[in-house]
Design a protein around this ligand. Structure first.
Ligand SMILES: [Fe+2]
Ligand SMILES: [Fe+2]
Length: 339
């Protein structure tokens, strides 16, 4: 598999227009930081989320026609910070503050938070009645994260002390294939896409992802890139692992019901087993371990978990609402290449 390389997507408004124009030129040139960003709904804001996504992509991938020096250009970082602010505030507004009692035993609090969250009906819907087109759309949305699965959480590694670091590495070692690139979860996901007749190339569907899909990835990248948010990043990973096993079983079942074989379902089947183990390591050894060593970030661990559930719920209702209207949940439908 070649090194990552994406194309700049089509802009969706003044922020992304300004950013993409600047990125096509010399590093640091012609990129002014917006004084204020007026967004009624930052989480679903197409322009804001796309601009933020591409600003973050500089850390993950080469972008055709964009000089690599942009990654740490002060103009870029300042522009990016202006986009992060309203997004962070919008997410914070969805998350209730942690209660003092929860901070005593963070592993147990995480289990309760996840257990009390009914979860979006999305996986159950796809398992029992989703159409082939809807399942393909779901995969295209998910490719925004899954083709770089585990990468955003890995930003935490150098920032953790030995106990939680060892726990995180135990999870990440599996995510990265346990020493075998063919078993890497991002590679398994690309295989799933190919088996469904989709294109598993990194960033291929960026123009099709709506703002709320980009927001789910921007959330974890933003937590990852700020050391001060290491608690929230760990909480995000813990909740991610704790809410993975059952939905992934359902997505695998959905594909089987729709007539797809093991090459399409392997990614999902792998997660049923792996995440049943990961969820305990992530909740107790990683999140609990971090809270014990750095009690000052305990509240942020729970914030990260709740933020994940809230943003995922927002994303899932976008899909369900579009499908109820008989519309595509993407910005344009996908037409898969016949295998
Ligand atoms: Fe995974
Ligand atoms: Fe996992």
């Amino acid at each position: 598999m070649a090194a990552r390389l994406i194309e700049l997507p089509q802009p969706r408004g003044p922020l992304s227009e300004q950013l993409f124009e600047a990125l096509a030129g010399p590093v640091g040139g012609r990129l002014a930081t917006p004084a204020t960003i007026d967004s009624a709904d930052p989480i679903a804001d197409e322009d804001l989320q796309l601009a933020l996504y591409v600003a973050y992509e500089l850390h993950y991938t080469a972008i055709a026609g964009v000089m690599e020096g942009w990654e740490w250009s002060p103009a870029l970082i300042s522009f990016r910070a202006a986009l992060e602010r309203p997004f962070e505030e919008a997410v914070a507004a969805l998350v209730p503050p942690a209660e003092a009692a929860e901070l005593e035993l963070v592993g147990a609090a995480l289990q309760r938070i996840v257990a009390e969250d009914p979860g979006p009906p999305l996986s159950r819907y796809l398992e029992t009645q989703g159409t082939r087109e809807q399942m393909l759309e779901h995969v295209v949305h998910r490719s925004a994260y899954q083709l770089k699965e585990a990468d955003p959480h890995s930003w935490a590694i150098p920032r953790l002390s030995p106990g939680p670091k060892a726990a995180m590495l135990e999870v990440q070692f599996d995510e990265y294939g346990g020493g075998s690139s063919e078993r890497m979860h991002s590679v398994l996901f690309a295989n799933t896409m190919e088996a469904l007749g989709l294109d598993g190339t990194y960033g291929r569907y960026i123009d099709r992802w709506p703002g709320v899909t980009l927001a789910a990835v921007n959330l974890v990248t933003g937590l990852g890139l700020h050391r001060r948010r290491r608690g929230a990043l760990v909480g995000h990973l813990a909740a991610f692992e704790m809410t993975s096993s059952i939905p992934n079983r359902r997505y695998g079942n959905a594909l089987r019901r729709l007539g797809f074989g093991p090459e399409a379902t392997h990614f999902y089947d792998e997660h049923v087993e792996a995440d049943a183990v990961h969820e305990n390591i992530a909740a107790w050894d990683l999140a609990g371990g971090l809270a014990a060593e750095e009690p000052e970030v305990a509240a942020d661990i729970l914030f990260g978990a709740r933020a994940l559930l809230q943003v995922e719920a927002r994303w899932a209702s976008h899909l369900m609402d579009a499908w109820e209207e008989g519309e595509t949940s993407l910005r344009a439908p996908v037409v898969p290449v016949p295998a």
